[in-house]
Ligand binder design. Structure first.
Ligand code: PLP
Length: 415
């Protein structure tokens, strides 16, 4: 594999090869990660990276667009079909620029916007004070109920009535439960706010029909394409027709220059894959696996925020386990189980060493793992966390993890 890189740049090749081994031999539980298909990989590494195509299909600023327009139109039409959207812009480089473009299109600097608190599962682009979103707009933040871990829609309603935001963002990066999109939309309508849904994490589950979609209700819906949706790194913005012009102008020339057509080709392929019946099975199995992993962890004394999951994502609160999120992440890294430390709602500890860990099942599901494997993973996690400083313990778990992983191939990785 990668013969040209190997010959031309052995130093870089070595790191790439090791990363391939890491991806192949470990259990990937980071809920925002996945393994794309060989076809998506081919598109991302293709000659399409050579072409400049500022503008939109039929309205470009450079010549030679006859093939690029076909590719971008395929991505647009498939995105619209997959989600039932009136309009789709497939050019955003990634999720953060997509959110920035939405704000830039529909808000004035300083406008009031409502988003979910970061330590309750919101994203940095939803008003982190040191981020662009937090500096350019007046973000105010709703939270989850401390006892139940569920979103508090009454709080959302009260806050919206009092603060009269210009936009309400419903978006979640570490929230394990279903969202009541209809209620969000009703609240936004009542206070005259634009409704914006950020489905970056759950887009694959929504496309696969196992979670409800905000697209019929919301003014604007965006998603990254590289998480549960299983496409290349990137994002898309969907909206009602009346916002289409503003959104397109904000993406280009408002915020971005030339679109990355190799990534857009990858998006078109991923959307086609997501339109196949097998994708529904994948989406359903992600949910089943997450539910099963959650139950197996609970059996072993793990406390889960909201006591479980409706999605691909699980947030464990380790305060009863005598280990911090960071040390748990390190112990699990040592056995080849990759996840991330995470704050829990109202975390008493710092974000650099919080009380929780966040995990999810998209990547392991893509590899073909099912309920039986989830049970093994819970067992290994428990053993690693119980004796996190015993190197022999960690080594023996790592061997078991690797042996299992070798039975589940990853597209594009040959060892
Ligand atoms: C991942 C994510 C993003 C940002 O995506 P990047 O591609 O990393 O910039 C935005 N919003 C939410 C809710 C996310 O989970």
């Amino acid at each position: 594999m990668y013969d040209h890189i190997k010959n031309q740049d052995p130093e870089l090749f070595e790191a790439m090869k090791k990363e391939g081994e890491r991806q192949m031999e470990g259990v990937e539980l980071i809920p925002s990660e996945n393994y794309v298909s060989e076809a998506v990989l081919e598109a991302c590494g293709s000659i399409l990276t050579n072409k400049y195509s500022e503008g939109y299909p039929g309205k470009r600023y450079y010549g030679g667009q006859e093939n690029i327009d076909v590719i971008e139109n395929l991505a647009i039409e498939r995105a619209k079909e997959l989600f039932g959207a009136e309009h789709a812009n497939v050019q955003p480089y990634s999720g953060s620029p997509a959110n920035t473009a939405i704000y830039f299109a529909l808000l004035e600097f300083g406008d009031t916007v409502m988003g979910l608190k970061l330590d309750h599962g919101g994203h940095i682009t939803h008003g982190l004070p040191i981020a662009f979103s937090g500096k350019a707009y007046n973000f105010i933040q709703y939270g989850v109920n401390e006892e139940t871990g569920y979103l508090d829609m009454d709080e959302v309603y009260e806050m919206a009535k009092e603060q009269r935001p210009k936009m309400i963002v419903a978006g979640f990066t570490a929230y394990p439960r279903d969202i009541d999109w209809k209620r969000f939309k009703e609240i936004a309508d009542e206070v005259g706010a634009i409704s914006m849904a950020d489905i970056s994490h759950t887009a694959g589950l929504i496309a696969g029909g196992v979670l409800e979609s905000p697209v019929p209700y919301f003014d604007v819906v965006m998603t990254t394409t590289h998480k549960t949706l299983r496409g290349p790194r990137g994002a898309i913005i969907m909206c009602k027709e009346k916002f289409a012009k503003d959104i397109d102008r904000a993406v280009f020339p408002g915020l971005q220059g030339g679109p990355h057509e190799h990534a857009i080709a990858g998006k078109a392929i991923a959307f086609k894959e997501a339109l196949q019946p097998e994708f529904k099975e994948y989406a359903l199995q992600i949910k089943k696996n997450a539910h099963h992993l959650a139950e197996e962890l609970k059996k072993r004394g793990f406390k889960l925020v909201s006591d479980g999951t409706d999605t691909h994502l699980i947030l464990a609160d380790l305060t009863n386990k005598d280990i911090s999120g960071k040390l748990a992440q390190n112990a699990l890294d040592a056995v080849g189980i990759t996840l991330n430390k995470n704050t829990i709602p109202n975390d008493p500890r710092s974000p650099f060493d919080p009380s929780g860990i966040r995990m999810g099942t998209p990547a392991v599901t893509t590899r073909g793992m099912r309920e039986g494997e989830m049970e093994k993973i819970a067992e290994w996690m428990d053993r690693a966390i119980q004796n996190s400083e015993d190197q022999n313990n960690l080594n023996s778990i790592k061997e078991e993890v690797e042996a299992m992983c070798h039975q589940f191939p990853v597209p594009g990785i040959k060892i």
